[in-house]
Design a protein around this ligand. Structure first.
Ligand SMILES: NC(=O)c1ccc[n+]([C@@H]2O[C@H](COP(=O)([O-])OP(=O)(O)OC[C@H]3O[C@@H](n4cnc5c(N)ncnc54)[C@H](OP(=O)(O)O)[C@@H]3O)[C@@H](O)[C@H]2O)c1
Length: 244
């Protein structure tokens, strides 16, 4: 896959690059010839990715607003892939109080702050593409994920608004909303036992998501791929539940 030269894209920044979808996206974008800035908290993982792909590692907590502003200062970024995210699965009455803020900070606030920091340069150059990895949980009810779903739904809607707010420019906005992908995310959100059961099914792979991101990014300049929903063929949303 390659970028139409008329897009003029040279650089990208991918958050959550230390594993899963983010690492695969860095691999795809470096292979396509971009200079890719890779952001995450685990420096050892980023160093390994940098050795393999030539990406530029940034050890950074994206919920740390000041650290992000300092790290991004002076960088000219054509493509921002807001991929970092995470969930804690439980009904709201059982939610650890600190997790409420963490889930909203990570999946919603940090995305909006990064957009705010990098969009002005894109508008000034009249060239840019901002992607967010959303979730089917942002579009369809999913038990135990009220906070995560709310954050992903908010970001999805915000992207539609920001596309309107930048209308007339050549900045493009894309949400990629997947179903189940085989990554470490499940270990962190539902624990090892349930994660093993979840991932025993036929799932999407991180490379499938990287390909969807590239499909949107590599579309010709007159095309904005606004939203992609992507599921494993054996997963679907919808239906009705009844209590016994
Ligand atoms: N897997 C799925 O089934 C699925 C389905 C729908 C949507 N998604 C979405 O896909 C995206 C990527 O997740 P994944 O499945 O690839 O899971 P993953 O392998 O767990 O990746 C999550 C990434 O986010 C980074 N991250 C977490 N907190 C961070 C912070 N405060 N600052 C910087 N980076 C942070 C992690 O790196 P560090 O820990 O090193 O910081 C890691 O690189 C997420 O937005 C997730 O909500 C996943």
């Amino acid at each position: 896959m390659s970028f139409p030269p008329s897009l003029g894209y040279r650089t990208a920044l991918v958050t959550g690059a230390s594993s899963g979808i983010g690492a695969s996206t860095v691999e795809a974008l470096t292979a396509a010839g971009l200079t890719v800035h890779a952001v995450a908290r685990r420096g050892d993982r980023l160093q390994e990715l940098a050795a393999r792909t030539g990406c530029v590692p940034h050890v950074l907590d994206i919920t740390d607003r000041k650290a992000c502003a300092a790290a991004l200062d002076g960088l000219e970024i054509d493509i921002l892939v807001n991929n970092a995210g995470g969930s804690h699965q439980s009904p709201i009455q059982d939610y650890p109080p600190d997790e409420i803020d963490r889930i909203l900070d990570l999946n919603l606030r940090a995305v909006m702050h990064l957009n705010r920091l990098l969009l002005p340069g894109m508008l000034a150059r009249d060239r840019g593409h901002i992607v967010v990895i959303g979730s089917m949980a942002g579009h369809y009810p999913m038990r135990g994920s009220a906070l995560y779903s709310a954050a992903k739904a908010a970001v999805s809607h915000a992207f539609d608004v920001m596309r309107l707010d930048t209308l007339g420019s050549r900045v493009r906005w894309t949400e990629v909303a997947p179903g189940r992908v085989a990554t470490e995310a499940f270990m962190n959100s539902i624990g090892p036992e349930r994660a093993k059961e979840f991932l025993s099914k036929e799932t999407l792979q991180p490379e499938d998501l990287a390909a969807s991101v590239c499909h949107a990014l590599m579309a010709p300049p007159h095309v904005n791929v606004s939203r992609i929903e992507i599921y494993p063929v054996k997963q679907a949303s919808g239906g009705f539940l009844y209590a016994d």
